[in-house]
Design a protein around this ligand. Structure first.
Ligand SMILES: Nc1ncnc2c1ncn2[C@@H]1O[C@H](COP(=O)(O)OP(=O)(O)OP(=O)(O)O)[C@@H](O)[C@H]1O
Ligand SMILES: [Mg+2]
Length: 505
């Protein structure tokens, strides 16, 4: 199956992929995309959750720090109040109560796990000193420590608040981005899948419609041009098969047409033969009567009758008789040639057949001036063949030869018919010294309907018919030709008697 006939281009020689495989691939791609999208959303959700936790913990830290700040302020106020009251006479015990209160506050702070760094150690030492000796100086030192801790906590609170704000902003931006990206990815996937779907089905329906149009064309008897196959699936295979079917149908129809025309040609020849035989028969009777009458007149004259016929008349009568006999010979040749012969293989004297065919052909006016040389092998064995068909072959070759001699100048037109026995069987050769053939003509000479002659003169069926007949006899035909020198057509017929008892027509 040629690529041209099947519509297959080299671009389309991709590995076969069925429609089912394609649907699986599309389904798998869709699932993969959904998995990717889900993984992306889950991952981002996890990241957002962690950010949320950080924000939450920042809030907690901040709340703790506020508590701490409040406690320190309270402690400071209590300390200031204590300082104001210790020495005006409220006693050491009162000061110690306050310091214990402070210790409780800080224990609570520690329980809340707020890191108040090493200052706490210094504060503890200051509290212990003030508790042991609640002097003005020691209480003052404790107050300074509390003041430093308070401003430290405030600074940390400010930092924490700033970090928390940044975290909240991060969280907001990221959640916005995630929502937008997820939405866009979803829409993009949908658009991509939808577009692929639309393109796929549009192409599919386009190809199916082209296929339907093509089958309609084939049904209507128009072969058209093959559909180019651009698919590698079941539909592509179907298109290829339809293209192949159309080209096979075309070839088949061509072969049938050739056979029909050959048949017509042969029937036409047979009809002409029958007509010629009829005419020959009709002409033969008056000729026979003329001959008989002339003979009778001659006989009467010889026996002394017909005194009014002189010598000159006798000469004329002799001439009439000669021409009439010649005419009788021609009619007999025509009758003999057109006599319906069996279309079965019979033993044939090829030389005799050639002789009678040549004799008949010579009545054609075109043979005037053509030298016909018969070089026939007398030891030629009888050949099993269909006589009618081999006569047709010989006539076709002789007509081709005489056509080629038309208008020949510079040498005597000659046709040479020879027979020889070769290793492969019998060879009959018809050689002419006519115009010969150029390369193109020689290449196509045997092709059906190939002719260089005018429509009145040639149909291009002669050599093609010869080829069919010779092939049916299990032989072959060879043509050798040189432009301007001449042509030789050789028919090889095997002697082994292989045949299936049926000819070409
Ligand atoms: N002896 C020859 N010399 C030169 N050319 C020849 C000879 N025999 C055949 N050809 C060339 O081959 C062509 C095909 O020959 P073929 O006998 O098949 O057809 P045709 O003679 O053209 O027509 P048809 O025989 O059907 O009346 C001829 O037209 C002619 O050009
Ligand atoms: Mg011919």
């Amino acid at each position: 199956m040629s690529d041209n006939a099947t519509g297959l281009s080299s671009r389309n020689r991709r590995p076969y992929k069925s429609l089912r495989q394609k649907s699986y691939i599309a389904y798998a791609a869709l699932i993969a995309y959904a998995i990717f999208l889900s993984a992306f959303i889950l991952y981002e959700k996890q990241v957002l959750f962690e950010q949320f936790n950080k924000v939450q913990s920042a809030y907690d830290t901040e709340a703790r720090l506020r508590e701490v700040d409040l406690s320190i302020r309270y402690a400071l106020e209590a300390q200031v109040a204590a300082l104001n009251r210790v020495f005006p006479g409220r006693g050491v015990a009162h000061a110690r109560d306050h310091i214990r209160l402070l210790q409780d506050i800080f224990e609570e702070m520690l329980a809340g796990r707020i890191s108040v760094r090493p200052e706490l150690a210094g504060l503890r030492a200051a509290m212990a000193t003030a508790y042991a000796e609640p002097t003005q100086q020691n209480l003052g030192a404790l107050q300074r420590k509390l003041g430093r801790l308070s401003s430290d906590t405030e600074a940390r609170l400010a930092r924490s608040s700033k970090r928390r704000n940044a975290l909240v902003e991060d969280f907001r931006v990221r959640s916005d981005t995630v929502a937008t990206t997820a939405l866009l990815l979803g829409l993009l996937g949908l658009a991509l899948f939808g577009t692929i779907n639309v393109l796929f089905f549009r192409r599919l329906t386009g190809d199916v419609q082209a296929l339907r149009r093509r089958t309609d064309e084939i049904l209507e008897g128009r072969r058209g041009v093959p559909i180019p196959v651009a698919r590698n699936d079941e539909l592509g295979q179907l298109i290829q098969s339809i293209n192949h079917m159309a080209s096979e149908l075309e070839k088949h129809e061509e072969a049938l047409e050739i056979e029909r025309r050959k048949q017509f040609h042969q029937e036409k020849m047979a009809a002409i033969g029958t007509l010629a035989a009829g005419i020959a028969h009709e002409v033969g009777n008056p000729i026979a009567a003329i001959c008989a009458l002339v003979e009778e007149i001659k006989r009467t004259k010889l026996t002394g009758g017909c005194p009014y016929i002189d010598e000159t008349d006798m000469c004329n009568l002799e001439m009439v008789l000669r021409h009439a006999e010649r005419l009788r010979g021609i009619t007999q040749e025509i009758s003999g040639l057109s006599r319906a012969e069996s279309d079965e293989y019979q033993l044939l004297d090829l030389n005799a057949m050639i002789r009678s065919t040549c004799r008949l052909m010579r009545y054609d006016s075109r043979w005037k001036g053509v030298e016909l040389v018969l070089d026939l092998d007398n030891d030629l064995p009888a050949l099993s063949a269909i006589g009618d068909q081999l006569t047709q072959v010989t006539m076709n070759l002789l007509v081709n030869g005489v056509d080629a001699l038309e208008g020949l100048e510079g040498r005597a037109p000659t046709i040479d018919v020879s027979t020889t026995v070769t290793q492969q069987g019998i060879c009959m050769a018809v050689r002419d010294n006519g115009c010969g053939m150029d390369k193109k003509t020689l290449t196509h000479a045997i092709d059906t309907f190939y002719t260089t002659k005018t429509t009145e003169k040639g149909t291009g069926l002669g050599l093609s018919l010869c080829q069919s007949i010779v092939k049916a006899h299990h032989g072959w035909l060879e043509i050798e030709s040189t432009l301007g020198v001449g042509t030789i057509a050789k028919v090889f017929l095997p002697l082994d008697g292989r045949h299936d008892n049926q000819g070409t027509g």
